[in-house]
Design a protein around this ligand. Structure first.
Ligand SMILES: [Zn+2]
Length: 272
């Protein structure tokens, strides 16, 4: 049989389950039914909020001090709880921080202007500490935004042609091995520069020169190239891909030489 109880507010007889627990009551239940309690709470909500706010304003420092103490004593638990909240309320947290930013934009702009160096250092150390994650994220971004990135780069290049070309040339000079597409271009022109009348012995000689470069690399640990004495793609004169126009030189020498000539036509870093 279901136990019944009459609410002393609305005077309606209801099931005992419609009353919340109360350990101080004889029958273990509150005198007002759940519905009445909820109605009264809704009615008093405004009043309670105002009262809480007044209390907060009057005791601001005390409350902050207590919260700080509590935080310091339970830092790990607080952080975990905050993370859990953030993870399960992503949308809400994002919206809130967006709103906060929009409402306090001036403050953010001012801070940014006054702390440029500090922010730069902080970003730098963050990047260094999270480099793996960031590179992964950047890769994902690049894959997902290939076209817009290319479009942006195109626009930037057209607006800064001179600067871009200079930077590219500098980079090419210091990293010749990275420009394999140029190597391929040179390979093609090498074929054209290889006379049909070369003998089998000539080809063997060429191969031996490349072998020399490989051995030099092996024994010295330094980079050696097979170089065309007269460049294949020179501005005024075009050399031939023949044994007597080839020499083995170190990358250092080649670089010095390259600065005098046109680099693109100079470096042989692959096999014949
Ligand atoms: Zn009631």
């Amino acid at each position: 049989m279901e136990l019944l109880k009459t609410c002393s507010r609305c005077k309606v007889e209801k099931s005992i389950n419609d009353f919340s627990m109360s350990s101080s009551r004889k029958d273990g239940r509150q005198v007002y039914c759940k519905q009445c309690v909820s109605d009264r709470n809704a009615l008093n909500r405004e009043k309670r909020l105002t009262r809480a706010k007044e209390y907060y304003v009057a005791n601001k420092e005390e409350i902050a001090r207590k919260a700080r103490e509590l935080y310091v004593a339970n830092r790990q638990i607080c952080l975990e709880r905050a993370k859990k909240y953030r993870d399960s309320n992503k949308e809400r947290v994002n919206q809130n921080s967006r709103n906060y930013y929009l409402q306090n934009k001036d403050k953010f702009v001012r801070y940014k202007e006054n702390n440029r160096e500090k922010i730069r250092l902080r970003l730098k150390s963050y990047r260094e500490n999270n480099i793996k994650l960031l590179l992964k994220l950047e890769e994902i971004y690049r894959i997902n935004n290939r076209e817009s990135i290319a479009e942006k780069a195109r626009r930037y290049y057209h607006a800064n042609k001179h600067k871009c070309n200079k930077r590219l040339n500098d980079y090419r000079r210091s990293n010749p091995e990275k420009f394999t597409h140029l190597n391929a271009k040179r390979r093609a022109s090498k074929l054209k520069a290889t006379p049909p009348w070369l003998t089998k012995e000539d080809f063997t000689l060429i191969e031996e020169l490349f072998m020399c470069a490989r051995l030099f690399r092996l024994y010295t640990g330094e980079e050696y190239h097979v170089d065309h004495i007269v460049p294949l793609q020179g501005k005024n004169v075009c050399g031939l891909h023949v044994p007597w126009n080839l020499q083995v030189i170190s990358a250092k020498e080649n670089l010095i030489k390259s600065n005098k000539f046109d680099i693109e036509s100079k470096i042989w870093n692959f096999q014949p």
